[in-house]
Write a protein that binds this ligand. Structure first.
Ligand code: SF4
Length: 283
């Protein structure tokens, strides 16, 4: 089994926390799912979350349970017990490192009423392990819809100081492309404005997926995408790098087609050349 294909949000009888081996984290990412009933303000065709089956879980987040689950995963990764699970059987040694705690999950976590308390808990836990010389990055995987909010920006900036921060989704170069990949009422220009407001404060990491629809149409074209990035940079946005990747798991819409490794590498080169932003490829 490909260890990167296993991104289940279910682990043992845990309620909120799930361990995944992440290509983009380059090791163990400890995910926190705050969308317990799979709620999200986007409806991306490439989403791996199956919303036809809503879990009958309690919506309440119990922080003592969340805290215990995070500690248990960390302890089990450190003592080696975690790697005995069949899903981690093929994980290479260099990936058996705890890299981050990622507030992520089955929906947009920054819209959750539990987001701030969870983010503060993650920061507290990370500081505890830092005192024991274990560096873990605090990460938030976000679609940028709340990125303009001052209180969200403040906590994300603290995460940046701690070696992590947000991974911000940007999967389109035009309003039309955006509507097809996000299926939301929120406009593309709003997403760009939100990205600009945060990327003016600190260099940010973008996460960008590219794939083909079943009719062979590519999910976004490079020219408008690079133009938007250059416009953002002209207005004062700073980018650390772009994570360019393609489909690796089951998706909501069936028959979507991943790019080949060669296509991704070629597109990464073009984006990097046209924008001057480092592009890392994850195929
Ligand atoms: S924003 Fe993320 S969780 Fe929400 S639908 Fe898109 S891929 Fe799925």
């Amino acid at each position: 089994m490909n260890p990167f294909a296993a991104h289940s949000r279910e682990f043992e009888d845990f309620l909120y926390v799930y361990p995944v081996i992440s290509r983009r984290s380059e090791g163990l990412s400890i995910g926190i799912n705050l969308s317990l009933r799979k709620e999200c303000n986007f409806d991306c065709p490439y989403c791996q979350v199956d919303r036809t089956h809503i879990l009958e879980k309690d919506r309440e987040v119990k922080f003592e349970v969340l805290q215990k689950e995070i500690h248990l995963i960390i302890q089990n990764a450190l003592n080696g017990e975690l790697w005995k699970y069949p899903r981690f059987a093929n994980v290479k040694q260099e990936f058996k490192q705890i890299r981050d705690i990622a507030i992520s999950g089955d929906g947009e976590s920054t819209t959750s009423k539990y987001f701030f308390e969870t983010a503060n808990l993650v920061l507290k836990i990370i500081e505890e392990y830092e005192r024991q010389n274990l560096k873990i990055a605090p990460v938030v995987i976000t679609n940028a819809t709340m990125l303009h909010k001052k209180e969200i920006q403040e906590i994300l900036l603290t995460m940046v100081e701690k070696g992590g921060g947000p991974w911000v989704k940007l999967d389109a170069g035009t309003e039309e492309e955006f509507k097809k990949v996000a299926e939301t009422k929120i406009s593309y220009s709003k997403i760009l404005d939100n990205i600009l407001s945060f990327a003016k404060l600190t260099p940010i990491i973008l996460q960008t997926i590219q794939f083909y629809f079943p009719n062979q149409v590519v999910s976004f074209n490079l020219k408008p995408f690079t133009q938007r990035l250059n416009e953002l940079q002209t207005k004062g946005a700073n980018f650390r790098y772009i994570q360019l990747y393609t489909l690796a798991r089951d998706t909501k819409v069936k028959n979507l087609i991943p790019l080949t490794k060669e296509e991704l590498s070629r597109n990464a080169e073009i984006i990097q050349r046209e924008t001057g932003i480092l592009v890392k490829v994850y195929s």
